[in-house]
Design a protein around this ligand. Structure first.
Ligand code: ATP
Length: 561
């Protein structure tokens, strides 16, 4: 954990302006403090000597007002800067992960922690700690230089005692680093575990094991609590230690000034300025110590976030250096050349030495469970990178076994991923006229009609605007599949990949869906993994995968009808 990580300014250039503005505010406020010390001592001297107090009092009031205005302005700028930094880091992370193939993306626990609490934790680091650090590099110099002019012995005392503060701050910082890292690991475990529990809740409830998770979450939370308390203990102790050191140093200056005043070797004005100014030399460094503790979590999070933001570059370099990966032709050509795929280096390959050339039309992929059919679709979609060989494919639209349905309206679920505007389609055959308000809605109704869902949606309150819960809550498995197929019919990608698209459909619904798939295959390359003989009968090409030697899969047959 470095006190200052210049990668933040490099990777998120947008933060430079707010940090510079906050630093300028800090330095200006330091300069005003020096001026206030002079005005205050002039006022006291005037009172003691019975001189007119109007001018110094006016100056003092003006300086106090300016400092109050600056403090308010700095709060506003720092709140804005903090929010801007975390928002930009979050979107940079999501963009970077979106560009990566699935197997290079971080695991969901890490991703959730970094993009939520991680990015938020950087706020105090960027908005408070960094400006304070830069202010602390400038303001003590200003205070010491002024002291040297007004009263050089006081300046010497400050110069000799000031370095003790950073030395102690570094020693305490080392202890904080370990405890902060421990707290961060505990937080990642807590959120990861919580995510797993939420995901598996239906299964846990089904097996009567949900109650047990309460104890597990409690135990992980307890670990997080004790790690947080350890960090807070160090933070409070270190602040107290730095305060004590600074107070002793200021007391030394005050005692020496007092003695010299009593001996008559120093004027009252110079003595007052020395006593008022010397705390200003220590104050910014003490504040750095305090801010460091509130920003320590952010510094660790920032380190992890920047490592993730820099990783995609490394991945791109790997691709350019000749590793076999997917290439994207302009034509709708789909080729798989000598492909091997392993989920992890230590695991046996799932696919091995697979070579395919897929022509326009419907290709049906069959094979026993676990043979690697879904893996093949993910390779064709570019979500996975082959460990050996090449995949050449145009942009693809993938319908997975359990399609994702966003929370929102039926319209949003059907048009997810559809181009804007939706390409015009022939709706003359559509009997559905209710609720048609625009060309986009007409296309949505037509897509729903093709999968036999138009009647169901029209009967819903709000029809296309009917709300759907999280991940399509409220839809049956078959309706979810039909919405995904309707979505596929609106997409324009030249390659359509369907993983068991009609597994949950029977009778008429399956027949309608098969007809739609065959229709899609008239214009594009459609690859469907299925166990249904009805869909196989419609296929132009058939690819059968079989495990041959051990766990690896080889292509057993490619039959052209
Ligand atoms: N994330 C993963 N990590 C490790 N192994 C995996 C992972 N996902 C799948 N596998 C393994 O890869 C093999 C192929 O899985 P895949 O889902 O491609 O099979 P499939 O032919 O589509 O099966 P099904 O017909 O049951 O859907 C299986 O043995 C599976 O256990």
């Amino acid at each position: 954990m470095k006190p200052f990580d210049p990668r933040l300014l490099r990777t998120v250039p947008a933060v430079r302006a707010p940090i510079a503005a906050l630093t300028a505010v800090g330095v200006l406020s330091g300069a005003l403090t020096v001026a206030t010390a002079f005005a205050l001592s002039a006022l006291v001297v005037a009172v003691v000597e019975g001189a007119p107090v109007g001018t110094p009092a006016l100056w003092l009031a003006a300086l106090f007002a300016a400092r109050a205005l600056l403090a308010a302005g700095s709060d506003i700028v720092s709140a804005w800067a903090g929010a801007a930094v975390s928002t930009r880091l979050r979107s940079a992370l999501l963009r970077a992960w979106g560009r990566l193939p699935a197997e290079r993306r971080p695991d969901p626990d890490t991703a959730v922690t970094l993009a939520t609490s991680g990015a938020t934790a950087v706020e105090p680091y960027a908005a408070r700690y960094l400006p304070t650090l830069l202010t602390a590099a400038l303001v003590p110099g200003l205070a010491i230089a002024t002291l040297a002019v007004v009263d050089w012995p006081s300046a010497v005392i400050v110069v000799l005692t000031l370095p003790l503060l950073p030395v102690f701050a570094v020693l305490i910082g080392k202890a904080t680093q370990t405890s902060t890292e421990r707290r961060w690991v505990a937080l990642a475990q807590l959120s990861g575990h919580f995510l797993d529990v939420v995901r598996g809740l239906p299964t846990l409830v089904g097996y009567g094991r949900a109650g047990h998770q309460v104890g597990v979450v409690k135990e992980v939370s307890e670990r997080h609590r004790s790690a947080t308390m350890a960090t807070l203990r160090i933070a409070f102790l270190s602040s107290a230690a730095l305060e004590l050191l600074a107070s002793i140093s200021v007391a030394i200056v005050a005692v020496v000034v007092g003695l010299r005043l009593s001996w008559g070797t120093m004027s009252l004005g110079a003595g007052l300025v020395a006593i008022l100014l010397s705390p200003e030399a220590y104050w910014p460094i003490r504040r750095v110590g305090a801010e460091f503790h509130s920003a320590a979590g952010g510094a660790v999070a920032l380190d992890a976030i920047l490592a993730h933001l820099e990783a995609p570059n490394a991945a791109c370099e790997g691709a350019l250096s000749g590793a076999p990966v997917r290439s994207t032709p302009n034509a709708a050509l789909v080729e798989v050349e000598g492909v091997e795929y392993r989920y992890a280096a230590e695991l046996a390959p799932v696919l091995r030495d697979l070579t395919l050339r897929l022509a326009p039309g419907l290709t049906v992929v069959t094979g026993p469970s676990g043979v690697g059919k879904s893996t093949l679709l993910e390779l064709l979609a570019g979500l996975r990178t082959p460990t050996r060989g090449t995949v050449t494919a145009p942009a693809a639209h993938l319908v997975t076994q359990r399609p994702f349905i966003p929370a929102g309206t039926v319209r949003a679920a059907v048009t997810l991923g559809a181009p804007r505007p939706i390409p015009s389609i022939d709706v003359s055959a559509s009997p559905m006229s209710r609720g048609m308000t625009s060309t986009r809605d007409e296309a949505v109704w037509e897509a729903l009609r093709r999968v036999g869902l138009d009647g169901v949606v029209a009967a819903l309150p709000g029809s296309l605007d009917a709300p759907l819960g999280d991940d399509g809550f409220g839809l049956s498995a078959g309706q979810r599949q039909r919405i995904a197929l309707a979505r596929a019919s609106l997409c324009t990608e030249p390659l359509v990949l369907l993983d068991e698209p009609t597994a949950h459909l029977d009778g008429d619904a399956a027949e309608q869906a098969h007809a739609l798939i065959a229709e899609l295959a008239e214009r594009r390359v459609v690859v469907a993994v299925t166990h249904r003989p009805e869909l196989l009968r419609l296929a132009d090409h058939h690819v059968h995968l079989e495990p041959v030697h051990g766990p690896a899969t080889e292509l057993r047959a490619e039959v052209r009808r």
